[in-house]
Design a protein around this ligand. Structure first.
Ligand SMILES: [Zn+2]
Length: 231
């Protein structure tokens, strides 16, 4: 009964946050393609060149720029441990101008936080896997303390990740603006169209990311509780 109450509490929490943040994946999906904007962005430098321009503006000349070996991967990431931005298959996407700015901004965030985030993410997931195994083999039977530990780990993870993401997402707009100020490849009206669309996307995406980050932490506790109930 106690565990069912925990599950209900988590579900209610997620529901409240979903409503408050108006977090809907389909709203974000709508921004994936836009023929007119894609044509405009075609006239701008390729991703690698663009990253170099941004990094120069950010006074960061140590970052390596790379691509995935698997060309189907669409996500782009900055790895603080190798100081590398790996760009996904986003050549055709109009959002790439903002995405590359986002990754470049990650590269100038405090290294201490970035590295902690790397280690902590790994420890967090490892703890969860070990906990599930030990629970399945009935080696760990004290549920409450584990829920509390998962919650604390989740709070740390959420605080750090949401700080890093919000910071990069919020600043991306200014970096793109700064870039457009010095760019002559496209017309001013085209720049305005792009900026307007990016602004609309950010309005939906920034709260959505906050919700997704807390969702993935609470989902772990939910899964753990379901396993505890089943076995
Ligand atoms: Zn990011």
């Amino acid at each position: 009964m106690e565990n069912i109450t925990y599950i209900l509490a988590i579900l209610i929490t997620l529901l409240i946050l979903k409503i408050i943040f108006n977090a809907k994946a389909k709203d974000i999906k709508k921004f994936e393609t836009d023929e007119e904007l894609e044509k405009i962005v075609e006239k701008l430098p390729d991703n690698e060149q663009l990253a170099k321009i941004y990094l120069q503006k950010l006074n960061n000349n140590t970052v390596k720029i790379d691509k995935w070996n698997d060309e189907k991967i669409k996500t782009s990431v900055y790895n603080a441990m190798t100081n590398t931005i790996t760009i996904g298959k986003i050549d055709k996407m109009y959002t790439r101008i903002q995405t590359i700015a986002h990754e470049c901004l990650h590269s100038v965030q405090p290294k201490r936080i970035l590295k902690f985030n790397f280690w902590f993410s790994n420890i967090n997931i490892l703890y969860f896997i070990v906990l599930l195994i030990l629970t399945l083999f009935r080696i760990i039977e004290e549920t409450n303390i584990q829920i509390f530990i998962l919650l604390m780990l989740g709070i740390i993870q959420y605080s750090i990740k949401s700080y890093l993401e919000q910071d990069a997402m919020t600043k991306a707009k200014y970096l793109v603006n700064e870039y457009f100020d010095t760019n002559n490849d496209i017309e001013n009206t085209e720049k305005e169209k792009l900026l307007k669309k990016y602004e609309e996307l950010n309005e939906k995406a920034i709260p959505f990311v906050s919700y997704s980050l807390i969702f993935s932490e609470l989902l772990k506790i939910l899964l753990y509780l379901i396993i505890v109930i089943i076995i």
